[in-house]
Design a protein around this ligand. Structure first.
Ligand code: HEM
Length: 207
């Protein structure tokens, strides 16, 4: 994982635990924002935060993802946040306009391939594969993005790599209302794995 992400996780640790306890957790661990490091070291920092905070791993990943979307990434790519104007537009462009750009410009960074498709007016469908299997981080990133735009959205995971599926698949939708009922039955009838996109070509960590 890239040092930029470690720096963001350190900032989140300070927010979650305070400076003093964050210093203890990150003591003797120097991560440059121009280098990439083994994923095991990233997992170890997440684990450390789980133990120190008492939060579950899911909560840590979601909390950090939300923080990264609202603070770190919004600071790195303010133009993209401004031009997207809402969560669904933001998500529909994230692969081509941001993750592609990150791969081309940040040496050592391998964001996962995401496939994002519109679901009519009501939302988007996000497919994710990565050997890092950080699906709760993804949920946090989506929720933090929605918070950035001041929008209410509901994220549901239809398939999950942790349950043996070849990839994770999420719906990201506006909350159901009486005027606009959202029927998910079409997804619920599908066999497990049916929604997962074929593995993307090319070098990335998402295969
Ligand atoms: C402007 C916004 C964003 C930027 C700049 C960005 C950039 C990055 C970067 C630099 C990494 C680390 C890759 C590495 O170290 O190898 C990453 C990882 C990741 N990104 Fe994005 N990202 C953004 C938004 C999103 C959103 C909205 C999602 C979800 C829909 C997402 C999903 C992920 C996931 C799940 C990872 C973890 C790595 C993995 O699973 O392999 N990102 N992103």
């Amino acid at each position: 994982m890239h040092g930029l992400i470690f720096a963001s996780l350190r900032d989140y640790t300070v927010l979650r635990l305070g400076e003093e306890r964050a210093v203890e957790l990150w003591a003797n661990r120097i991560f440059e924002t121009t280098e990439a490091y083994d994923d095991e070291r990233f997992s170890a920092q997440l684990e450390g935060l789980v133990v120190a905070s008492g939060d579950s791993m899911d909560e840590v990943q979601r909390g950090f993802g939300s923080f990264a979307a609202k603070s770190t990434f919004a600071g790195l790519y303010p133009g993209y946040y401004a031009e997207s104007t809402d969560t669904f537009t933001f998500l529909l462009g994230i692969e081509e306009k941001i993750h592609e750009l990150v791969r081309a410009t940040i040496a050592g960074a391998y964001p996962p391939k995401l496939h994002v498709q519109p679901l009519g007016e009501v939302g988007v469908l996000v497919s994710y594969t990565s050997d890092r299997r950080l699906c709760d981080l993804l949920v946090g990133l989506v929720l933090g993005t929605a918070e950035h735009y001041g929008e209410a959205i509901v994220v549901e995971e239809l398939q999950c790599m942790h349950l043996g599926d070849p990839g994770c698949v999420f719906t990201v939708m506006r909350p159901e209302t009486e005027e606009r009922p959202v029927t998910r039955s079409v997804f619920e009838r599908l066999p497990r794995g049916a929604l997962t996109s074929p593995a993307p070509a090319g070098r990335d960590r998402g295969t």
